[in-house]
Design a protein around this ligand. Structure first.
Ligand code: 5GP
Length: 193
């Protein structure tokens, strides 16, 4: 029998904190053997996003049907009418490939996964230098309206308050340092759990 024990790595943070960059970097490190948990969302694709790679883009109606049929491990209405969720089948798909799962999800979803799989999960909070820096980063990204950007910033202050509930906090003040720290956290967890 296989002795593979799949682990879960949650990276949560206010959007614009750099967590997606960190997650992409970790995925590029083959020795960590990670695969990305593709979430479902009812929001429209942004920029160059691809269905089935960045997200499974589905309608609000389909999303609500999946909630009813208990298909999600966790889900959140992250912004009004914008639902995001992790399908149970996604974790099964990745573990069946003998890989560990890495999640780029919001803080409430991240903490929910930690609660469901306390021993298998390393929950990491990525902290931005400041709310002002977050505003600058979100504006630079310029894929969204000012209204949407302001919505994300308002949510960020609430999310920052949850940081102490995570297993580890990475301060993303210097990207290279943050990438290195993230890599070490993941390899240590794989070695020691
Ligand atoms: P974005 O619209 O920028 O892609 O994502 C908005 C927020 O939703 C981000 O914080 C992102 O991490 C989060 N998110 C993405 N997928 C999921 C998911 O499956 N569950 C939860 N709870 N949040 C998610």
């Amino acid at each position: 029998m296989s002795d593979f024990k799949g682990k879960l790595f949650v990276f949560s943070a206010p959007s614009g904190s750099g967590k997606t960059t960190i997650v992409r970097h970790l995925l590029s490190q083959e020795h960590l053997n990670l695969a990305f948990s593709i979430s479902c969302t009812s929001r429209a694709p942004r920029g160059e996003e691809i269905d089935g790679k960045d997200y499974y883009f589905i309608s609000l109606k389909d999303f609500k049907n999946k909630i009813k049929s208990d298909a999600f491990l966790e889900w959140e209405e992250v912004y009004r009418d914008n639902f995001y969720g992790t399908l149970k089948s996604e974790v099964e798909r990745i573990w069946a490939q003998k890989k560990h799962v890495i999640f780029d999800i919001d803080v409430a979803g991240g903490l929910r996964i930690k609660k469901k799989f306390p021993n298998e999960t390393l929950a990491v909070f990525v902290k931005p230098p400041s709310i002002d820096e977050l505003k600058i980063r979100l504006k630079k990204r310029s894929t969204e309206s000012n209204e949407k950007i302001n919505m994300r910033i308002a949510k960020a202050s609430v999310e920052l308050a949850t940081a102490p509930q995570f297993d580890k906090i990475i301060k993303n003040y210097d990207l290279d340092v943050a990438l290195n720290e993230a890599e070490n956290l993941v390899s240590d967890f794989l070695k020691n759990s």
